[in-house]
Design a protein around this ligand. Structure first.
Ligand code: 6PG
Length: 472
């Protein structure tokens, strides 16, 4: 293959990187592919079919020389130091006007730093969130690009060709400057954590309180997926319950240790929401529950110790599956509402100028949190682009209000039975707090003023007030 003719180059040929290479080549673009470890590139080269417009490269110089200008180089390596190491290697061999694209789950603060330092050298940096796992990378991910707008134009046609499609639209659009893309991907993952937690709680309820078998669970989730709960996460949940373990023949789910891992994006979402004073309790609790799940030994001890104190929890009347379904729908809406409210505030505070209708559009296909619900959400932002919270959208608020009894029923029953449902509890508490005009926070203000002279505002007069509480 001649030098300098490839439309784009990919660095990092682990599964996500190589699947993106194949996806891009399938769409008729030519791709240069490079991996730091030559053996990986060689192995990948050995899998290529004749006629595929893919050029495996064995040095950075060969790789960079194989790209048309301005060069577009996409990095698909593990987030963190590895990204900086690749950038360091690239900078001396690139020219002003070239574009580096980071397609990993990078922390948005790192992306801001990279955008800035590369801009000083005339090199554009795009932080692109990519969702959909291995399959998405190969056949159509959801893509969340952010960075200098002029750097997006040259790669736009490639991104639009390789992205998933929803209602005929590509699930990619330029989202905003600097780290806007990686920020949106971070919140995507926060919502992903929240919804996964809720689905796991429906599993606990239906297994522990209703005694459903794995086959029955598979059928329930498949049935839910066919209705308004239609979503990738509910769909794969149904498939998971059918899967048998190759080595033992038993259901695979029953031999998987319940210690949930986490790579950090959920925690970053919680932390950054906290920094912005945006309440996202369903994301917070999902992160906390993964951490709690890892305390295996302590929980075993506590199971013996704490169940004997105060007696074994009573068994409440069995939850109705329809209530569980309604509770999941309500809590899912509430979780997405928290994520979008977070983005609304971050957009203003960090200057992203996000269009939340676009974000909902990009998430409709290809990504892990794709769901029928995103159509309703897109509609809500189409009707009201500045909506601060999805619970203020009339159709969604009406639906959540009508599902509140089911949510309360499920939380109440689970609480009496001692089945932990912190995701549902937080969704219900958030809903109730959000829809309550009067909150007891006047007492908190009084206490703050009492012990720290932190002052308070009054309901009947403007101004800032302090009371000398010690003089009666
Ligand atoms: C996606 C996923 C992907 C990855 C998560 C897993 O959108 O394709 O979110 O990015 O699977 O990072 O995160 P945890 O390991 O933290 O669950």
């Amino acid at each position: 293959m001649d030098r300098g003719i490839n439309d784009i180059g990919i660095i990092g040929l682990a599964v996500m990187g190589r699947n993106l290479v194949l996806n891009i080549a399938d769409k008729g673009f030519s791709v240069a592919a490079f991996n730091r470890t030559t053996a990986v590139t060689q192995e990948f080269a050995g899998t290529l079919q004749p006629g595929q417009k893919i050029q495996p490269c064995y040095s950075l110089e060969e790789f960079v020389g194989a790209l048309t200008k301005p060069r577009a180089v996409m990095i698909m390596v593990k987030a963190g130091n590895a990204v900086d190491a690749v950038i360091e290697g690239l900078v001396p061999v690139l020219e002003p006007g070239d574009i580096i694209i980071d397609g990993g789950n990078s922390y948005f603060g790192d992306t801001d730093r990279r955008v800035k330092s590369l801009a000083e050298r005339g090199i554009h940096f795009l932080g692109v969130g990519i969702s959909g796992g291995e399959f998405g990378a190969r056949y159509g991910p959801s893509m969340m690009p952010g960075g200098p707008r002029e750097a997006y134009e040259p790669v736009r046609v490639i991104f639009e060709a390789i992205a998933a499609k929803a209602d005929g639209q590509p699930c990619v659009t330029y989202l905003g400057p600097a780290s806007a893309g990686h920020y949106v991907k971070m919140v995507h993952n926060g919502i992903e954590y929240g919804v996964m937690q809720l689905i796991s709680e429906t599993y606990a309820l239906m297994k522990m309180a209703l005694g459903l078998t794995n086959d029955e669970l598979a059928r329930v989730y498949a049935d839910w997926d066919a209705g308004e709960l239609n979503s990738y996460l509910v769909e794969i949940t149904s498939k998971i319950f059918r899967r048998r373990d190759d080595s033992t023949g038993s259901y695979l789910i029953d031999v998987i240790l319940g210690e949930a891992g986490q790579l950090g994006t959920g925690m970053w979402t919680s932390q950054s929401a906290m920094d912005l004073h945006v309440p996202v309790p369903n994301i917070d609790v999902a992160v906390a529950m993964r951490s709690l799940s890892a305390l295996e030994e302590e929980r075993a001890l506590a199971a013996r110790l704490l169940t004997s104190v105060g007696g074994v929890p009573k068994t409440a009347s069995q939850p109705h599956i329809e209530h569980v379904r309604g509770a999941l729908r309500a809590a899912m809406i509430i979780t997405y509402a928290q994520g979008f409210a977070h983005l609304r505030v971050a957009s203003k505070a960090l200057g992203f100028n996000l269009n939340l209708e676009d974000v909902a559009g990009v998430w409709r296909g290809g990504c892990i949190i794709r769901a029928l619900l995103l159509r309703d959400i897109k509609g809500a932002f189409e009707r009201s682009p500045e909506l601060p919270n999805l619970l203020l959208d009339p159709p969604l608020s009406h639906e959540v209000a009508s599902l509140r009894p089911a949510l309360a029923e499920v939380v109440g029953g689970a609480t009496i039975s001692g089945i932990p449902v912190p995701g549902f509890m937080n969704a219900l508490a958030y809903l109730d707090a959000y829809r309550t005009e009067w909150l007891p926070s006047n007492l908190i203000q009084a206490q703050r003023d009492y012990f720290g002279a932190h002052t308070y505002r009054r309901v009947d007069r403007d101004g800032i007030f302090h009371t000398d509480w010690l003089t009666e």
